[in-house]
Design a protein around this ligand. Structure first.
Ligand code: SAH
Length: 358
């Protein structure tokens, strides 16, 4: 069975023509899929039944199944989505007072090897298709009453190592689902060719760079694959991105107690960004606990405040990531690991949610 999610209106029009129908049927199908988050072809009641029958012989909508769902007291919902081949990825629904954001995965697992990250510990299984990326958003839209207005690619995987599917998914979320491209953020470990390619796409998304260290040596210890590109090159690529798109960047800085949270490191970070004349905020992310070989821990509250003050004194707008989803394994890759571990130990039985509706 082939999935319809992931096809553009244009591609759906071509498919309709192939099946002997007028091209405008493509628009009808895309409205059902992307605007109404339909779960099956059967509900598309403005299509002739003969056409629907033909479609379902080879096609399905392809919405992922919410195999597991954890709701935090702040209403953050963490999903484990089951894909057609049985693989599972994490996605998060984040309702705020003024907007609703979702966090999407771009790969199953990840090859970046970041020492502090739960996803990295299992390595990379495979890339997601554009349809599987968009499908996560559609499943969450279907499952929740408020309209999704923002999406961040900060779930499992390195989006720029799955470049073609990433670009296609961004275009579909923008043009078909109808979320403003400006409300989409792609987070990267710093894949230089990907950043440069993205700069030429005419897609005014926000680029977020996972910086996490003010110098190459420490960065390479935390992000082994980062050795491939020096900070100098990465930041030059970011400059190019900002110059070509006119968009600001976000610099993410994961804070690990006693490792990268000293005031002198904050000053070095501020100087580095200033030297490169890079516009953009720094977003401090206190470490979400993951069991690691290094035994990383969250910095003291005081250290975070001092770090922030150093950056602000140097003129850098600094934000701190709100802690969301406490108690529901909110860190990237944590939920999948927790569930796999407890399953293998026979503790937890996952009940498919909305089993009747899936
Ligand atoms: N590969 C991309 C996007 C996925 S990770 C990237 O590296 O940017 C999204 C963000 O979560 C990154 O900034 C990553 O460093 C951060 N992250 C990973 N593990 C974390 C943890 N245990 N606590 C807090 N942030 C974490």
């Amino acid at each position: 069975m082939q999935s319809l999610i992931g096809l553009t209106t244009e591609e759906l029009a071509a498919l309709s023509a192939e099946l002997g129908e007028p091209r405008f049927r493509g628009k009808q199908i895309s409205t059902w899929i992307y605007k109404r988050a339909a779960v099956s072809v059967e509900v598309m009641n403005d299509l002739p039944s003969g056409f629907r029958n033909k479609l379902i012989q080879s096609y399905e909508i392809g919405l992922p199944i919410a195999a597991h769902r954890d709701v935090a007291p702040d209403e953050t919902v963490k999903y484990l989505m089951k894909l057609a081949d049985g693989q599972q990825v994490e996605s998060v629904y984040l309702p705020y007072a003024e907007r609703v954001s979702v966090c999407l995965s771009s790969q199953i697992g990840c090859a970046a090897g970041c020492r502090f990250c739960a996803t990295a510990q299992g390595g990379l299984a495979r890339n997601l298709t554009a349809g599987e990326i968009v499908g996560q958003l559609l499943r969450m839209q279907w499952d929740n009453p408020r309209r999704i207005s923002h999406a961040v690619y900060m779930g499992m995987g390195e989006p720029l190592w799955n470049y073609n599917a990433l670009i296609k998914s961004l275009r579909i979320i923008g043009s078909e689902v109808g979320i403003s491209i400006r409300n989409l953020t792609v987070s990267t470990v710093g894949v230089v060719p990907g950043i440069l390619a993205l700069a030429s796409e005419d897609l005014p998304i926000t680029l977020a760079l996972s910086l996490h260290a003010p110098d190459d040596d420490l960065r390479a210890e935390l992000i082994p694959t980062a050795r491939k590109w020096k900070l100098d090159e990465i930041l030059d690529a970011c400059s190019e991105y900002s110059r070509k798109t006119g968009r600001n960047l976000t610099f993410e800085y994961l804070m690990l107690g006693g490792i990268n949270d000293r005031p002198d490191q904050a000053r070095a970070l501020a100087n580095l960004l200033k030297k490169k004349k890079l516009p953009g905020n720094v977003n401090l992310i206190p470490f979400n606990y993951v069991e690691t070989e290094q035994g990383f821990k969250r910095p003291e509250k005081n250290a975070i405040t001092l770090f922030r003050e150093e950056l602000e004194n140097a003129g850098r707008v600094t934000t701190q990531r709100m802690v969301r989803g406490h108690g529901i394994s909110a860190a990237c890759g944590q939920l999948r690991r927790t569930i796999e571990k407890s399953r293998s130990e026979g503790i937890l039985q996952t009940i498919p949610l909305n089993a009747a509706r899936n």
